[in-house]
Design a binder for this molecule. Structure first.
Ligand SMILES: C[S@@+](CC[C@H](N)C(=O)[O-])C[C@H]1O[C@@H](n2cnc3c(N)ncnc32)[C@H](O)[C@@H]1O
Length: 357
């Protein structure tokens, strides 16, 4: 049988994947909803990105303080100011919009704010390149998608798939540049953080199992107000399905102890979000969850990243400790800041009517 006769084709969305033989196929149908949802979410984010500046960094502060003004420490912070600006071009890179849209004859103050540039996306664990092809062909407003995989065979497959999907001759329908790299995603993420690296506006993590090894690099590699999309397929660990061994694994990977119960899927999402946020906090950043879903055997979250020292300080109020009211099987959530005796007593008193049942 000839090589061509053995070739396998898979169609999904506007992408067609080509594999040399059935043996070499990496295609995961249960993840189709994940990819469909990611295309929709990225399109929505791209429109948001183009139409408005990033939300002020103090938003989370306001929400948690129920309407109070931003703290002085935040108001003057350079991170807060940066969060309200369109992303600056990376070092050594010309500003496309400044040269294209601000006529030199007008004083800078009289010109309108330059339109934001299209999004630069990293598909960090790309395998066959399927997500990259779908993003490049189905989402508008992208300037570049970089596909990466540590496996040289996957890299070869994706490069060939990009060519056969018409994405290498100058960008296909959306004029979106598609490039591929081979290497460890964590190393690429660390190399893409400031001050030396150019951040990505969107990072997609879709690994086998947990994404935890990549989170620390990812929260630093996303630009101000940018989007981080994360899949974790170790649902049993996140949901506390195997008491003890699984819970220990969850603690090791995510820093949380899962409890078995009806709340397990929501709990898995909350554990992942708290884990991403705690990584972000180490670097003076915080997350705003936009969409968090549990599907089948995995979770998928979409969060925005911004920098603000004052908002990071509020993690103690935003991150919760869970308390199961065992008798009733209820999930109660209390902020970590309730570690003081007085606050804990007050909180327990507010639950007394439940405990009394
Ligand atoms: C679940 S697959 C990705 C599937 C793909 N995102 C999709 O939607 O079709 C995970 C991929 O991650 C790659 N991988 C595993 N460890 C990696 C690492 N440290 N850096 C980069 N890629 C890695 C594997 O080679 C594999 O191709």
């Amino acid at each position: 049988m000839s090589d061509a006769a053995e070739e396998v084709q898979v169609k999904e969305g506007q992408a067609t994947l080509y594999f040399a033989s059935k043996k070499g196929v990496f295609y995961n149908p249960p993840q189709i909803p994940n990819r469909d949802l990611s295309v929709l979410a990225l399109q929505q984010f791209s429109e948001m990105w183009a139409s408005q500046p990033s939300k002020p960094a103090a938003d989370r502060h306001r929400t948690l303080r129920q309407g109070s003004a931003p703290a002085p420490a935040d108001a003057g912070a350079p991170e807060a100011a940066a969060a309200q600006e369109p992303p600056a071009p990376a070092a050594g890179e010309a500003s496309e919009t400044a040269t294209a849209e601000a006529p030199t004859s007008l004083p800078a103050s009289a010109s309108k704010p330059a339109a934001r540039r299209g999004l630069r996306v990293l598909d960090a664990l790309s395998a066959s390149g399927l997500r990259t092809i779908r993003y490049a062909k189905e989402v508008s407003g992208l300037r570049e998608v970089v596909a990466n995989d540590v496996d040289p065979v996957a890299h070869q497959t994706m490069a060939s798939n990009f060519g056969r999907n018409g994405l290498l001759e100058g960008g296909g329908e959306q004029s979106c540049r598609v490039t591929s790299t081979v290497g460890d995603a964590a190393a690429l993420l660390y190399a893409s953080r400031p001050p030396a690296g150019e951040r990505f506006d969107v990072v997609d993590l879709d690994p086998y199992g947990t994404a935890s090894p990549f989170l620390d690099g990812a929260v630093q590699a996303v630009s101000e107000g940018g989007l981080l999309m994360v899949t974790c397929t170790d649902m049993a660990v996140l949901a506390g399905a195997y008491p003890e061994a699984g819970a220990e694994a969850c603690f090791a990977k995510y820093g949380a102890w899962p409890l078995k119960g009806k709340h397990c899927h929501e709990q898995g999402l909350r554990i992942l979000l708290a884990c991403i946020d705690s990584h972000a906090a180490r670097h003076g950043r915080y997350i705003t969850p936009l969409l968090s879903v549990h599907i089948n055997f995995y979770v998928r979250v979409f969060v925005r990243l911004r920098s603000s020292k004052a908002a990071v300080g509020l993690d103690a109020h935003a991150i919760a400790m869970r308390v199961i009211v065992q008798k009733l099987g209820l999930l109660e959530i209390a902020p970590a800041s309730l570690c003081t005796e007085v606050a804990r007593e007050a909180w327990l008193a507010s639950l007394q009517h439940i405990l009394d049942q």
